[in-house]
Design a protein around this ligand. Sequence first.
Ligand SMILES: [Fe+2]
Length: 315
Amino acid sequence: MTVQDTKLQTLADELRAHTGRFTDKQFDWKAFPSNVGFDELSRAQMRYIGAGGSPKVGDNTTLKPDNFTLSLIYKEPGKYAACHSHEIEESFLIIDGALIVGWEKDGDVVEVNLGPKDMILNVREIGHGFRVDGVEPVMMSISVDVGKPLPPVYHYHPKEHPPELARAFGAQPGRTQVFDRTSSHPLQQLIAKYVVRHSELKTHWDDAGFSRKIYCGPGGVEVDTCRKEMLGIPSRVGVKPFSRDVEDAFLVLEGSLTVGWEENGEKVEIELGPRDLVKTPAGRKHWFRNNGAGHATVWYIVGSGSPELVKFEAA
Ligand SMILES: [Fe+2]
């Protein structure tokens, strides 16, 4: 069922149509035309909201984006993504594995190794690439804003550059630096503002009984598009219905989460497991609760970078 072109009869139908189930979806190994013919660039994409960096915007199994897209990317050891840039903001949240992300400027490259629950926000127009040097594949969630969905501009694609230069994101030998927050190099200082380590982020305990780590937006990395948080929701904790003037989305990383919608006094619910998502449109009353025995870890995106206006109340 698609949100775009289906007349939905009931609130329950509508909630189901705004749900992306991991097991209903498939990874697409042909999402990125620029990778065709380059085995070392291969990666698979699973689209939840919009097309992300892929030109496959007509995929009607994905949810229609408003202010952000969300997809999963799977990449195997030894593979990389060539250095490119966009005129949009793009975040990488690592779910499994370790990912090297490199930023390039004037032939210098800074490489940072990101682990599970770490994030980087790739700022507009900065050359960036990524590579899996570890022994296990990487699963990550990518979100971009939908301002101007132009194709990426490649800076060091193996089509035009020697393979070793492309794999190093454009760094000649000796021009790669390991990420170092204390370095005075301008590129190190720039990337340091956009690397988020889960272990370094303050844990805020919300009065409603769950924890929040603010990745993007006021309190986290400065953005002008979307707020991004990681929620930790203990067993049997939930919140009362709330609504926003923009859309939001819950992507479950661990445990399970029940998401509910309310309209004209009618209430419907759906339970999400790992890698399931619900996108709630602007204006819709909704809530969440963890009915499970274990805690839930949830990636939460709100379609605006402005300060939080919702005051959550324990249900
Ligand atoms: Fe990118």
